[in-house]
Design a protein around this ligand. Structure first.
Ligand code: UD1
Length: 355
């Protein structure tokens, strides 16, 4: 069995760390392709090194550009690789441009597509990640769902064949890495005190590319940082948007750092009082870490955490973000029913691939 796995953006390196290891442990042949959508060392190489991902067999070097450019350039380069390698299955992760590009190329070459993190749905329907998810799911042969809700979402769209609830590979990784985290030392390195700071992230295009929303969010973080330290690892997209709008005066009291490696990020999350984020991954990792999150989105693919009262959707509402930092205190972790599986999603995916 030969599998081509496609990665390109930060969250995919994280997912590949789990599934790639399980593929190789099962003795399957894995060809790893990095599209190069993320190319800064802190956005890519650092994950390959820290998470023991194998060196990619192909680096497509696509880089940045418009959505059409990024997707099309990836497709053209991937097609050559797939024709040359002739895989039995192509594995794509999540919802990025690398995901949809990989799925389209494989489907048209009549190679089965396996989608890890299938079935997530959220508004706004025109956000790039949502378009990528819907298209990818509709042309996939195997759909690996992280939650039962994702299975139900697919059913509503008439997709039932090849659908498997396997759990969340990000939960696998969190459990695997937990014993290797040194929260105390990481906090010392960043000059922070336990439960006495907020960890924030901000990179969604609907937040960064709309000056009103960006202003509102940065103002909220600035207001909060006057009461309690706010650590914000800055995504390159957000950095550019801040410079473009000359919003630097808003960030003076916020503790800005470069994008961080996985272990640092998880240690800082565990040590924090709360997360404020528009990242799909971090809002859920916060839950794994036992930390509540304010989610700066109008909707989320992980609605079960909002319904359980653990996370709160705050959109870009400055007043609400500020107020809830001090008022939102969920009483208990809604862990009852293995919402995200039991930490063996990677293993289950490989077992199903092998059938
Ligand atoms: C992408 C994914 C998003 C995911 C995110 C994680 C899509 C549509 N979106 O968004 O789902 O949550 O990755 O980070 O695929 N840039 C750099 N250096 C880099 C990477 C990006 O400077 O290493 C700059 C680019 O020039 C570009 C901007 O950041 O202007 C956005 O990068 P892009 O990969 O297009 O989208 P992300 O916002 O990272």
């Amino acid at each position: 069995m030969k599998v081509i796995s496609i990665i390109g953006a930060r969250p995919q390196f994280i997912k590949e760390a789990v599934v790639g290891a399980a593929i190789r442990a099962a003795g399957m042949d894995e060809v790893l392709v990095n599209t190069g959508q993320h190319y800064d060392v802190n956005m890519s190489d650092v994950f390959v090194k820290d998470l023991s991902i194998k060196e990619p067999d192909y680096n497509l070097g696509v880089g940045s550009g418009s959505h059409a450019f990024q997707t099309a350039a990836t497709m053209i380069r991937l097609e050559e690789v797939m024709i040359k390698e002739s895989p039995d299955v192509v594995l794509v992760y999540g919802d990025t441009n690398a995901t949809v590009a990989g799925a389209l190329v494989a489907a048209k070459l009549k190679v089965p597509v396996a989608h890890v993190e299938a079935g997530l749905r959220q508004h706004p329907k025109d956000m790039p990640e949502e378009i990528n998810r819907v298209v990818t799911d509709h042309i996939s042969t195997l759909l690996f769902c992280p939650t039962q809700r994702a299975v139900d979402n697919l059913k509503k769209e008439g997709i039932t064949g090849g659908v498997h609830f396997v759990g969340d590979v990000m939960y696998d990784l969190f459990l695997k890495m937990l014993p290797h985290l040194d929260v105390h030392r990481t906090l010392v390195r960043f000059g922070l005190r336990e439960k006495n700071y907020i960890l924030a992230t901000l990179h969604r295009d609907f937040n960064t590319d709309d000056p009103h929303r960006l202003h509102s969010i940065l103002s909220a973080l600035r207001d909060i940082s006057r009461e309690i330290p706010v650590l914000l690892p800055l995504h390159p997209r957000t950095k550019k948007a801040i410079e473009l709008n000359i919003f630097q005066p808003l960030t003076g009291s916020i503790h800005l750092v470069e994008p961080l490696p996985y272990q640092d990020m998880m240690s800082l999350l565990i040590g924090s009082r709360m997360a404020i984020t528009d990242s799909g991954g971090l809002q859920k990792e916060a839950y794994f870490a036992g930390i509540p999150a304010l989610v700066m989105m109008p909707d989320t693919g992980w609605m079960e955490l909002v319904e359980a009262g653990w996370n709160v959707l705050v959109d870009a509402d400055r007043e609400k973000i500020f107020r809830l930092v001090f008022e939102h205190e969920p009483s208990a972790l809604p862990l009852e029913e293995n919402l995200y599986g039991t930490g063996n999603a990677g293993q289950r995916i490989v077992e199903i691939l092998a059938i």
